[in-house]
Design a protein around this ligand. Structure first.
Ligand SMILES: Cc1cc2nc3c(=O)[nH]c(=O)nc-3n(C[C@H](O)[C@H](O)[C@H](O)COP(=O)(O)OP(=O)(O)OC[C@H]3O[C@@H](n4cnc5c(N)ncnc54)[C@H](O)[C@@H]3O)c2cc1C
Length: 347
């Protein structure tokens, strides 16, 4: 049976960049992807900073490939009925990108192979602990490989990987709510032109979620497997690549026990920071204020971190020491801003 230092399940941006960097660092790497990159994929808008992130891993040329188109501005409808345009002309990194994700993801996986990783397509991975340590990676299309360390880069999927991986979701009952609410907004109403929403729809679960248990005995979750942001942020690809860079870097500096503690602590911090940013952004959208769902979104994500609901506020602007404010006060203060990221498009 082939032996690897890392077997990575999932060749999205996180898995492929992890494989690329680990192979460049001289590790034996298997990158296993359940698809054959034969279907279209979600997540096609990225802010200009993606160019910078690609450059960090030597893949800046991807932004100039035909599957990446320049997007000079983002048009979003948030906080009111009027679309607002945000130009990227002043960005030091260039325009934002509109990406054909199928081709982009495939190209990232091929770059990992070129760097020395073995790439296997068409088989979903399941890990089985090996009695002498590490794991056997079983591929649903028949193959097997031995892994010292298993890396879950499987995206938003819930489980069934053979690991004690526990996922937690941040919003409940959002799917139909969003559809109904959007159908009443001005831009979508115009597009629907009196057509009712179909009763049955093909729906993708895009709720924010994170791994409550995202690292364990010789296995670790990265990218969306660790934290999957609300797609509204338009930051998922950048997040996934950054996370892969971070975890490869930490592997080279820490023993497993420290790495495990570090990743657990980071997940708590990242979920807190994400929840606060998310709640702030949602607080600026006032059209759904009377909805029970909307009000619950504003606070529930902060509460799910199960911490003190006061957070440290770094008082950069006031020049004083950090103060602790209740979340509700912070939300009230932040009301009136605008969503911060490219790619928001709620009509
Ligand atoms: C509707 C929607 C819209 C979005 N829009 C944007 C956007 O505009 N901009 C943006 O930046 N982000 C967007 N995102 C988020 C972005 O797509 C993700 O954050 C990003 O793809 C995460 O990368 P990843 O590598 O962690 O996971 P993924 O890209 O999900 O990759 C996971 C990979 O694992 C594979 N896999 C799953 N299970 C197994 C298994 N058992 N064995 C082997 N392989 C497996 C999958 O086939 C997939 O290739 C959106 C997400 C959704 C759902």
């Amino acid at each position: 049976m082939a032996q690897y230092d890392f077997v990575i399940a999932g060749a999205g941006p996180a898995g492929s960049v992890f494989a690329l960097l680990a192979a460049r660092a001289g590790y034996r790497v298997l990158l296993a992807e359940k698809s054959r990159f034969d279907k279209s994929r979600f997540g096609e808008i990225a802010p200009p900073e993606l160019r910078l992130v690609l450059a960090r891993v030597g893949l800046q040329y991807l932004a100039d490939e035909p599957f990446c188109c320049d997007a000079p501005a983002a048009l979003s409808v948030w906080g009111g009925d009027q679309p607002k345009c945000r130009q990227h002309i002043l960005s030091p990194y260039g325009p934002a990108l509109r990406i054909d994700r199928r081709l982009f993801d495939e190209e990232l996986a091929l770059a990992a192979r070129e760097a020395g990783a073995d790439l296997k397509l068409g088989g979903a991975v399941r890990f089985v602990p090996h009695p002498r340590g590490g794991y056997i990676a079983e591929l649903s299309n028949g193959g097997e490989a031995r892994a010292q360390i298993s890396v879950l880069a499987t995206g938003r999927g819930g489980g069934g990987f053979g690991l004690p991986y526990v996922r937690r979701y941040l919003d409940d009952n959002v799917l139909r709510w969003w559809l109904e609410a959007l159908a009443r907004t001005k831009v979508i109403q115009q597009v629907l032109d009196g057509c009712p929403l179909p009763r049955t729809l093909s729906v993708t679960n895009a709720r924010g979620s994170y791994a409550q248990k995202g690292i364990g005995n010789q296995w670790v979750a990265i990218g969306d497997s660790r934290i999957a942001p609300d797609p509204l942020s338009g930051l998922g690809i950048i997040w996934a690549i950054d996370d892969a860079i971070l975890v490869v870097h930490l592997f080279s500096r820490m023993k497993w026990q420290r790495l495990s503690a570090e990743m657990d602590a980071r997940t708590v911090r990242d979920v807190e920071a994400y929840s606060l940013d998310h709640a702030r952004t949602y607080a600026t959208e006032l059209r759904f204020n009377n909805s029970q769902f909307w009000n619950s979104v504003l606070l529930s994500e902060v509460l799910t971190s199960q911490k003190d609901i006061s957070l440290d506020l770094d008082s950069e602007s006031s020049g004083k020491h950090a103060t602790r404010l209740p979340i509700s006060t912070m939300l009230a203060r932040s009301a009136g801003g605008t969503p911060q990221h490219a790619g928001c498009c709620i009509a």
